[in-house]
Each structure stands twice: as structure tokens, then as C-alpha cells.
Design a protein around this ligand. Structure first.
Ligand code: FAD
Length: 449
């Protein structure tokens, strides 16, 4: 009989199209499926509050679906390089397997691989969470792409992504003790701020597939209106992809198959947005400190202001007096999500109108977004700041009033989040004056370097 296997799950909380789980089942023998809450290893960015909420429910759902095929989810907490070898010893595992990750914590995986192989344990890692491995998409000179359009073109010519794997029908499980999920205290208690999240979302693999189907059949035809926050035109799949309840391969093939002619252009545009996710992971792979360091080093000289507590609180709580900004920040606080166009506007307001360092806003989003991910969050914040890889050639400052006029002309979105009685509040900064200050600060930076 085959020795037991250990499947180490991370950002891949699914049983369908899970190559690591698939490999262990193919090999035969009992399997320990382990999720490790690791907040201490080198390169790990501990989750924010909203992400912890999502993780709790997604793990709950995963444990249920594993149980239906004879599996059992084992929860453990601690540093991977200590806990995984302990489990390997405890069950006398002959095989350890996982799906790859691409941030700084991949160094931990490399060390674990060596450690295991030195002990005679077989190890295999798999491509599961990106359509293209970052080291396979490079310029003619072998360099990473810094601009999205040629990056995506290279992805599209790199060959059709593989088909997703079906969910396994049956597996054998190892008897192993597990932490109790509730004891991890991932859910907020005092106060319980998660009511709006509960109303807005149902985490878990089954609900993720329902949403993907709904998007592919009902919503994608509206995708050309994706910039309008007041209507349902986007997929809302970001937390599903973030926690790996869905793989990008499943999303890709669902949006390529059997679509009526009129929908194809919308689907292609949607898939190119999934391409931005790939692009940001590509950048993070080559630039592991994306959340703390400007990709364009000249921005190190940018003269950020010292944010006042009042201004920062006004931004965080949606009380700036700028309707679109306030609507976005309230949507974020209540649901753990914000529409993409509004994310750009709220980020631009903080960075350009309040002259606050982008890292301050990035950390707030990290704590409050259910889809906060270590590539797309800092990648997009740097994009808005102008310090990122694919930054605009000029210093773009969004005008929130014009953005509202263009994308929420009837105020549908703003009214959903901000009561009309509050819409007359005066803005905390003068938009035109602060815009001039931002441009002056940009010029000052350019003259310093
Ligand atoms: P759709 O339009 O349906 O897009 C489909 C998928 O493509 C998304 O689910 C997402 O996985 C990906 N995607 C779309 N746009 C982008 C983009 N600009 N960058 C990277 N991936 C993209 N997205 C995150 O997933 N996590 C984050 O932490 C995050 N932080 C952001 C911070 C700022 C300041 C800004 C401006 C954008 C951020 N985004 C982030 C990107 C984008 O806002 C969300 O991916 C999108 O709003 C999710 O909604 P959706 O699933 O309905 O998107």
C-alpha cells in the first residue's frame, strides 16, 4: 500500500481543478489535506480583517465538500517549516504536494522542498493559480514585462491554458487531529462588524461556481458597461479567485465555451481583466516588496504630506464630502468590496488630493477588502499613484465630480450608499486647489531626481 500523502492547501480552497489534491489521489493511499494558518513565516503578509472573515467561511465550506468525498480537512497553525515536517513525521508521509504561490513566501516552499527531499520524501508542486507561470512570459530579451498590453499579447500567443480538472469522486483520509476552526478567532466578535459582509456574500466553492455560471449566462452581456458602479455588470469573482475557490482555468474555459456571438467581445474584455490579475502577480514575482517599495524609484523622492487624523478618518469612513468617494468608502466598509472604477477614484483622492502616501491607503484596503491580494492590491495602488510598473506617462488625477457625471450620471450608486441629507456636506479639501498642489509636488519630485 502507498505511504500516506500530505496535500498542503493555501490559496486554493477548492476540490475541483486542484492539481495537488488530484496528484495525491492518483498516487493512491490515505491523504492528509492540511490548511495551515501561518502568520509568522518569512514573506507572509498576515491577512486583514475582512479576508479573515472570508477565510473562516471558505474553510468551513471546504471541510464540508471534502467530507462528501471521504476526505477530512486538517487545520493547523504555525510556521510552515516547523509544522509541515511535524505532520510528515507523524503520518510517515511519502509524498508532499502543493499548488504554487508566487509572492515572497515562495522561498519557504523552496526550503521545504529541499528539506523534504533530503529526508527521502517525494515532493511535487503544481501550476494552479495562474494561467501562465511568471517565468514563462518574458520579453524577447528574457526580461519581465513592465507594460500590460504586450504582456497580455504574449500570454494570448503562449497557447491555450489547460482544461480544468474535474472534482474527485472519492478519496481516502488519514486520521489526524485538527484545530477547531472557531478557536482561530477569524471572525470579528466585539464588535461584530461583519453583518454587511454576511448579507453580501456566500463564501465557498459551490457558491463560487453558481456565481460564475450566473455571470457567464446573465451578466457578461453587460460587461461593456463595467465602469458603471450603479449596475451589475462585473463578475464579483475577485474574492473567489483570491482564495482559489475557483481557478483561473475554470474561469477562462467557462468564458470561452458556447458563447453567443454578441457576447464574445465582452467575454474577451473580461478575460483581459483576468489578465491584469496575472500581470500583477507577474510584477510581484519579480518585485516581491511591491507593497512597500515604489516600482519607479524616482517616487522615493515624492514629497508626501503628513496626513492629519481627521482627514484620514474622513476618507476611511466615507465622510470627505465628495459623494463618489464617500459612497465607495462606505461600500467597502459595509461589504468588503468596492467597484473597480470607484477604487481608482477613492485611491486617487487619498493620494493626489490629500497627498497621502499610497502605502497608507493600500494598508486600509488590505484590512477591509474581502479580495485583498498581495499582488493586485499594491499593484493597483502603485498604478494609481503613478509609481507602478505600467504607470500612466503623465500624472493622472481623477476628478471625482467628472467621474460621477460620466459613470453614475443618475446618482444610482451614490444614493445607494450615501443618504441624500449628507450629500450637501462641504468637501474636506478644495478639489481644484489640491489638484494644483499635487501637480506641484510631482514637479518637485521630478526636479529632485
Ligand atoms: P471583473 O471586472 O469581473 O474582473 C474579473 C477579474 O479580473 C476580477 O475578479 C479580478 O480577479 C481580475 N481583475 C479585474 N480588474 C483587475 C485589476 N485592475 N487588477 C487585478 N486584477 C483585476 N483586485 C483584487 O482582486 N484584489 C485587490 O486587492 C485589489 N485591490 C485594488 C486596489 C485598487 C486601488 C484598485 C484601483 C483596484 C484593485 N483591484 C483589486 C482590482 C479590481 O478593482 C478588482 O479586481 C475588481 O473590482 C473585482 O471585481 P470583479 O470581480 O467584479 O471584477
Amino acid at each position: 500500500m502507498a505511504r500516506p500523502s500530505l496535500v498542503w492547501l493555501r490559496d486554493d480552497l477548492r476540490i475541483a481543478d486542484n492539481p495537488a489534491l488530484h496528484a495525491a489521489i492518483e498516487r493512491g493511499g490515505p491523504i492528509a489535506v492540511v490548511y495551515l494558518l501561518d502568520e509568522v513565516s518569512e514573506g507572509i503578509r498576515p491577512l486583514g480583517g475582512a479576508s479573515k472573515w472570508w477565510l473562516h467561511h471558505s474553510l468551513h465550506s471546504l471541510a464540508d465538500s471534502l467530507a462528501t468525498i471521504g476526505g477530512r480537512l486538517v487545520l493547523r497553525r504555525g510556521a510552515a517549516l516547523e509544522v509541515i515536517p511535524q505532520i510528515v513525521d507523524a503520518i510517515d508521509a511519502g509524498f508532499v504536494t502543493w499548488n504554487r504561490r508566487y509572492g515572497a513566501a515562495r522561498e519557504v516552499d523552496a526550503q521545504l522542498k529541499t528539506l523534504m527531499r533530503n529526508r527521502g520524501v517525494e515532493v511535487a508542486s503544481h501550476q494552479a493559480n495562474l494561467l501562465h507561470e511568471p517565468w514563462t512570459i518574458t520579453t524577447g530579451a528574457g526580461e519581465p514585462y513592465k507594460v500590460f498590453t504586450p504582456f497580455w499579447r504574449a500570454c494570448l500567443t503562449a497557447g491555450e491554458p489547460r482544461m480544468p480538472l474535474a472534482a474527485p469522486g472519492r478519496m481516502e483520509s488519514v486520521d489526524l487531529t485538527s484545530d477547531a476552526l472557531n478557536e482561530w478567532n477569524l471572525l470579528p466578535a466585539h464588535p461584530d462588524w461583519a453583518g454587511g459582509l454576511r448579507d453580501a456574500w456566500e463564501p465557498g466553492e459551490a457558491a463560487a461556481h453558481d456565481r460564475l455560471d450566473h455571470f457567464a449566462t446573465e451578466i457578461v452581456q453587460n460587461y461593456h458597461r463595467r465602469d458603471e458602479p450603479g449596475i451589475e455588470a462585473t463578475s464579483l469573482l475577485s474574492p473567489r479567485l483570491r482564495f482559489g475557490e475557483l481557478s483561473p482555468f475554470q474561469v477562462w474555459h467557462r468564458l470561452r465555451a458556447n458563447l453567443p456571438d454578441g457576447v464574445r467581445a465582452n467575454a474577451a474584455k473580461f478575460l483581459s481583466e483576468v489578465g491584469w490579475r496575472e500581470f500583477n502577480w507577474n510584477i510581484l514575482f519579480h518585485f516581491p516588496d511591491l507593497a512597500t517599495r515604489n516600482v519607479r524609484a524616482e517616487f522615493d523622492a515624492f514629497p508626501w504630506g503628513e496626513p492629519s487624523t481627521e482627514e484620514l478618518d474622513a476618507w476611511r469612513t466615507g465622510n470627505t464630502g465628495v459623494p463618489l468617494v464617500d459612497a465607495g468608502m462606505r461600500e467597502l466598509w459595509q461589504t468588503g468590496y468596492m467597484h473597480n472604477r470607484v477604487r481608482m477614484v477613492t485611491a486617487s483622492f487619498l493620494i493626489k488630493n490629500l497627498l497621502v502616501d499610497w502605502r497608507v491607503g493600500e494598508r486600509w484596503f488590505w484590512d477591509t477588502l474581502v479580495d485583498a491580494d498581495e499582488a493586485s492590491n499594491p499593484g493597483n495602488w502603485q498604478w494609481v499613484a503613478g509609481s507602478g510598473a505600467d504607470a500612466a506617462p503623465y500624472f493622472r488625477i481623477f476628478n471625482p465630480a467628472l467621474q460621477q457625471k460620466k459613470f453614475d450620471p443618475n446618482g444610482t450608486y451614490v444614493k445607494r450608499w450615501v443618504p441624500s441629507s449628507e450629500l450637501t456636506t462641504a468637501p474636506i479639501v478644495d478639489l481644484a486647489e489640491s489638484r494644483r498642489d499635487a501637480l506641484a509636488a510631482y514637479e518637485a519630485m521630478r526636479h529632485r531626481v
